[in-house]
Design a protein around this ligand. Structure first.
Ligand code: 3PG
Length: 218
């Protein structure tokens, strides 16, 4: 396999999006799952890992991955406040993803030097994020908010924006999204199914990651 480029300690949002075709959206319910799961994803070729701040163990999981899996780049997802941004950075997150956008989240991430992929679903939200310097955006929830047709419509007025559609993306429709010129990567939870995590089925996680890593982008 070709050597992958080194990821800087503080990657840019563009580097986060360009590393692989898919950013896994991860929900961990036990601290013990974090390290073997991260190693399984890296073994499959996926190293940008979005651990969502949705469970009580999320920050501990981010900390464990940051400490024990140096080949991975762990980020925090579901960031909804400046306090979330601070907690994520303290735990060792190297990028952040939010389901929507607020100025206070944007400012906190900027001050922390944490690359942020802000969530947007409307033109006004894109404009607000752009005004604050963000041009690599998560389109969320992608399928529910207009899917491929919405991204095609945005490619005119927002032709300087690159999107990571997330929400409803599957191995079956990912390629259609990745074929759009304004899509840099997609996000999805299918790489880390809850039953595989609970069963410690790391071979399955690696297989799902390899299949995702092999998806083609334009
Ligand atoms: C998210 O939780 O950010 C997305 O909803 C993930 O969506 P999916 O479960 O449809 O991939």
């Amino acid at each position: 396999m070709a050597m992958r480029p080194e990821i800087p300690e503080r990657p840019t949002a563009q580097q986060v999006m360009q590393d692989a075709p898919v950013i896994p959206v991860i929900v961990l319910s036990a601290r013990e799952q974090a390290v073997p799961m991260a190693r399984a994803l890296v073994a499959g070729g996926i190293r940008m890992l979005e651990v969502t701040l949705r469970t009580p163990v999320a920050l501990a999981c981010i900390e464990a991955i940051a400490r024990e899996v140096p080949e991975a780049v762990v980020g925090a997802g579901t960031l909804r406040s400046a306090a979330d941004a601070q907690a994520a950075a303290l735990a060792g997150a190297r990028f952040a993803v939010s389901p929507g956008y607020t100025r206070s989240v944007g400012k906190a991430c900027h001050e922390l030097g944490l690359a942020l992929l802000p969530g947007v679903a409307t033109g006004s939200e894109i404009m607000m994020a752009q005004e604050d310097g963000y041009t690599a955006l998560k389109f969320f929830p992608a399928l529910q908010a207009g899917g491929l047709a919405m991204l095609k419509a945005w490619s005119g007025p927002f032709n300087d924006v690159r999107f990571c559609p997330t929400g409803g993306i599957t191995p079956h429709n990912a390629a259609e999204f990745l074929a759009l010129p304004n899509v840099a990567c997609v996000g999805g939870s299918w790489l880390t199914p809850a039953d595989a995590l609970a069963a410690g089925d790391w071979a399955r996680v690696t297989r799902l990651a390899s299949e995702a890593a092999a998806l083609r982008r334009v």
